[in-house]
Ligand binder design. Structure first.
Ligand code: SF4
Ligand code: SF4
Length: 285
């Protein structure tokens, strides 16, 4: 029972149960450096297995992160995540780590990675992580990979760069959840939002917009691959170049969005066995 509670804890504790409660701090902002990945997880919530290869432009990154830090300064956010896809696939990651730190001077900044490329990173990468206090958070997957390499890196950089495993993946076999979409858009958006662990928790910065979840930020990948048209409109995100106050931004990011009608939250399942994607629409529907 203890283990079951542990597994379920994050899901339940992240739910935005009360929409009227004033929120003053966002849990995390995340930004994809690339859309694709060197792993192929079934039901990936960033749709990486079906995404076309894409690398963020460094200048777009600079502009959007700077602007976001003006709208949501350090004391309004708890963490800043750099991810993907697999973020270590981006050749200019070093430059973007510096930009992120210049924009968010006090925030904990994390690179979320599967770690497969970590031993290929250059010395500059390690120097930047050390100098700018950037944490490397590795999700451990049940795949053929020599995790001894990570152990060695942890030893080499001990006391300098913080390398950690994501939550329970260090000890327990990585599980998966399935977050199915309802293409008909007939779900109750308030129920969906208030029972969604991503809602208001995984704020995604993409294409000059902030979104309350990765589904809103990345739905174009699903639509393009499966030739679907699940709509993501201006009402589903915030144009960061509009004139909003910090309070308005936080309020908008913590309220249901039209896209919630397309999430079959009642059909979600957790603790599923991890598996490779077959790029089958059923993984997301
Ligand atoms: S490692 Fe992460 S980004 Fe890559 S396919 Fe798996 S869940 Fe998606
Ligand atoms: S659209 Fe709504 S229910 Fe679906 S993942 Fe985003 S916040 Fe959650």
């Amino acid at each position: 029972m203890k283990i079951i509670n542990y597994i379920q804890r994050p899901y339940k504790s992240w739910l935005p149960k009360n929409l009227k409660k004033k929120v003053t701090q966002i849990d995390s902002i995340e930004i994809d450096l690339v859309s694709h990945c060197n792993l192929n997880c079934k039901g990936c919530t960033h749709f990486s297995p079906i995404a076309e290869k894409w690398f963020i432009d460094v200048e777009d990154f600079r502009r959007d992160v700077r602007r976001t830090s003006a709208l949501l300064p350090d004391d309004c956010v708890k963490r800043f995540y750099i991810l993907g896809g697999e973020p270590l696939l981006h050749a200019n990651i070093n430059e973007m780590l510096v930009i992120a730190r210049q924009a968010y001077k006090k925030l904990p900044i994390y690179i979320i990675t599967n770690g497969f490329l970590l031993d290929k990173m250059d010395q500059e990468f390690w120097d930047i992580c050390y100098r700018y206090n950037i944490v490397i958070e590795i999700t451990k997957y049940p795949v053929k990979f020599d995790y001894e390499k990570i152990k060695k890196l942890m030893k080499v950089h001990k006391g300098k760069v913080k390398i950690i495993y994501k939550g329970r993946t260090k000890f327990l076999k990585k599980k998966q959840y399935k977050l199915p979409l309802d293409e008909t858009g007939s779900q109750d958006e308030i129920y969906g939002f208030t029972h969604c662990h991503m809602a208001g928790h995984c704020i995604n910065l993409a294409r000059g917009h902030l979104y309350t979840c990765s589904y809103a930020a990345c739905m174009d990948r699903f639509n393009n691959y499966f030739n679907k048209n699940i709509p993501v409109t201006e009402k589903d995100g915030i144009d960061i170049y509009q004139n909003y106050s910090t309070e308005e931004v936080i309020r908008k990011l913590t309220q249901p969005i039209p896209l919630c009608k397309y999430c079959a939250v009642k059909r979600r399942t957790y603790g599923n066995e991890w598996g490779n994607s077959k790029r089958d629409i059923k993984e997301w529907t």
